[in-house]
Write a protein that binds this ligand. Structure first.
Ligand code: UN1
Length: 487
């Protein structure tokens, strides 16, 4: 079946009517697979502000119930939604399923969290006083998501935002509007079962940059959580800061892996393959730089070249395909530029941009190696001293993810220590991509500094309030200050 026919069937299952001015094209064959209408961002701001006034006072465990129902809807629709992810983003079937599983996982996490939005009690220095900290709903959250995780990254944000008491406005990538519509259909079903969720609690606003900008500048939007390129973050961050809004940025990565002499090379090989060629190199956590010790270089690198040549590139719907198409022609052109020309298209499905993942051996870490090209290019370099490997790991502008393969405890711990990897994610004996939702996700430097998903990332979606309560009959001042009118 053609991607267009398949997409039409799936959209029908979700009750999504394909109409409007924004077309979606499948990277599988470049064909148009559906249309959506562009939204009205100012109206979305009004509706979100109204919804916030009601939702913030709903008890958090009850808010969790809505997310629980959404998780159930996602479980029931896992296969068709994953299929639509494959059709619209070009990721292989296994990765499409993984993406929807990631949504289900974060819903489960958020449901538990809805009963655990704990604050602290703090010892007061004054007699008969109690200090405490509580976490209160923040306000509408704008989620700007990218094509490469068209639904999971929205879910990381939305599931937490909802249990934290905040409405969600979603501006998905223009390249993946249909998966967003399908998710919204599931949200509506969850709403119906929930009963009394305020209108406008979860809204989808389709369109390009201009649509996003209206909401970025809307003072009622309390948090802008944006995933995408560093250039996008540079545009969004200062605009939100200008109005003292909150931003959570998850931008580019240029993730490295160090392979030490003691590494289990069989494991390393598999990890490298998944991280560097998986999702056709279009994850923000994709492995882009491989730093190999000179003693194992001669063994590992030829083996990788062999694996690279046997990886099956093609239609992502075929089960033995490991590498699907690039998202579009621009991505292909960017890869070709990074390689200095001469990139050949691989036969996949006519109309799609299929490429063979490429390994490039370099002597120095400079020029194009310092930039993130969203394509399956892996730069390979060698090192002699461990300090040099660490330096190479850190000497790029980005700071998302990193990994080391070593069986030397000292090296592993040094990699994780204060003078070790400077990234938000640092792994030992697993690759840099494919994180679980339970940990906080995000990175430093040009990656933007935000943290989403697990651990205590939820705190970014709430307003912290410090309260001191005096239950005594005196009014002692802090720091022992005396402030009395003389008798
Ligand atoms: C992204 O590419 O924006 O860790 C997110 C991973 C996935 C999420 C990637 N769980 O690779």
């Amino acid at each position: 079946m053609s991607p267009a026919e398949e997409a039409a069937n799936i959209l029908e299952q979700f009750g999504v009517v394909s109409t409007g001015d924004l077309a979606s094209y499948s990277p599988i064959d470049g064909s148009e697979i559906g249309r959506v209408g562009t939204g009205d961002p100012a109206l979305a701001g009004d509706r979100a502000a109204d919804a916030f006034r009601r939702w913030r006072s709903v008890p958090a465990p009850r808010r969790g119930e809505l997310v629980r129902l959404l998780g159930e809807e996602l479980r029931g629709a896992k296969e068709p939604l994953a299929r639509l992810v494959t059709l619209e983003s070009g990721k292989i079937v296994q990765e499409g399923l993984g993406e929807v599983q990631e949504m289900i996982d974060i819903c489960d996490f958020a449901v538990g969290l809805s009963r655990q939005l704990y604050g602290l009690t703090i010892a007061s220095e004054r007699p008969n006083h109690r200090m405490m900290e509580q976490w209160l709903p923040l306000g509408p959250v704008l989620v700007i998501s990218a094509f490469n995780f068209p639904v999971a990254v929205w879910a990381w944000n939305a599931a937490l935002a909802l249990v934290c008491g905040n409405p969600v406005v979603w501006k998905p990538s223009e390249k993946t509007p249909l998966t967003a519509e399908a998710v919204l259909a599931l949200v509506r079903r969850a709403f119906e079962r929930f009963g009394d969720a305020p209108e406008g609690l979860v809204q989808l606003v389709q369109g390009g940059r201009e649509v996003g900008e209206v909401l970025v500048d809307d003072p009622r939007v309390a948090l802008v959580s944006a995933t995408g390129s560093t250039a996008m973050g540079r545009a969004v961050g200062p605009r939100v800061a200008q109005r003292f809004g909150r931003v959570l940025l998850e931008l580019g990565g240029n993730n490295a892996m160090i392979v030490a002499p003691s590494a289990d090379l069989t494991l390393a090989e598999r990890a490298i393959l998944f991280a560097a060629v998986g999702t056709a190199g279009q994850r923000c956590t994709s492995l882009r730089r491989l730093i190999v010790h000179e003693d194992v270089y001669g063994q590992l690198v030829p083996r990788l070249k062999q694996l690279y040549s046997s990886v099956r590139v093609g239609d992502p719907r075929e089960l033995d395909t490991l590498v699907g198409p690039l998202i579009d022609e621009d991505a292909y052109a960017a890869m070709e530029r990074a390689l200095g020309g001469g990139l050949e298209r691989v036969d996949g499905v006519a109309g799609g941009f299929y490429v063979r993942p490429t390994l490039v051996e370099v002597e120095q870490q400079e020029g194009r190696v310092l930039t993130e090209t969203f394509a399956p290019i892996l730069y390979v370099m060698r090192y002699r001293k461990f300090e040099d490997a660490l330096r190479l790991n850190n000497e790029v502008p980005q700071g998302l993810s990193s990994a080391i393969f070593t069986n030397d405890l000292r090296e592993a711990e040094q990699f994780l220590a204060a003078a070790g990897s400077d990234c938000g994610i640092a792994n030992v004996n697993i690759g840099p991509s494919g994180a679980e939702i339970g940990g906080a996700f995000g990175g430093e430097k040009e990656t933007g500094g935000g943290r989403e998903s697990g651990s205590d990332s939820w705190k970014a979606y709430m307003r912290r309030q410090t309260s001191t309560v005096n239950y005594g009959k005196d009014l002692p001042l802090a720091q022992g200050i005396r402030f009395d009118i003389a008798p």
